[in-house]
Design a protein around this ligand. Structure first.
Ligand code: SF4
Ligand code: SF4
Length: 138
């Protein structure tokens, strides 16, 4: 397939329903995420981890409110420009390279995902996204 046809935006467009900002076991934050979000909301990283994160095993995840939503959800993502890698990458997750049939399962819970896409195209898009991340383009 010519590279110009590998277009992740053609496979997914967020509808901002917020369904993925609720439950799902938490949103992991990397060190870079912590630094970027702390700067964005005007706090320091240590305070951010204490006040806005919870532990999942040894790793920090964004805290969830009692209604199950992410602490930064308020009808939309209030930290959208600096949202964590895990949120930015969705739905082009690495595990699709292990089993791209999961795309269909993910599409059942995310209205922004186009389900009628060949798995080979999904795999190519995941590789493209990961490559862009490595080159600092995302
Ligand atoms: S479930 Fe899908 S469409 Fe809804 S907010 Fe999450 S990514 Fe966007
Ligand atoms: S950071 Fe934003 S996109 Fe990610 S789970 Fe929280 S509200 Fe949703």
């Amino acid at each position: 397939m010519p590279s110009e046809l590998i277009d992740p935006d053609a496979l997914f467009e967020c509808r901002q329903c917020g369904d993925c900002c609720k439950g799902y076991g938490g949103t992991y934050v990397t060190r870079k995420d912590i630094e970027a979000i702390s700067r964005y909301i005007g706090t320091d990283p240590r305070k951010f981890v204490t006040e806005y994160c919870q532990l999942s095993g040894q790793r920090s995840v964004l805290a969830q409110r009692t209604d199950g939503y992410c602490i930064f959800w308020d009808e939309l993502c209030t930290i959208h420009p600096v949202k964590p890698l895990m949120c930015r990458r969705w739905p082009f997750v690495k595990s699709l390279l292990v089993d791209s049939r999961n795309w269909q399962i993910m599409a059942d819970s995310c209205p922004g995902i186009r389900a009628d896409v060949p798995v080979r195209t999904v795999e190519k898009c995941v590789k493209k996204i990961l490559s862009e991340e490595r080159r600092g383009l995302r």
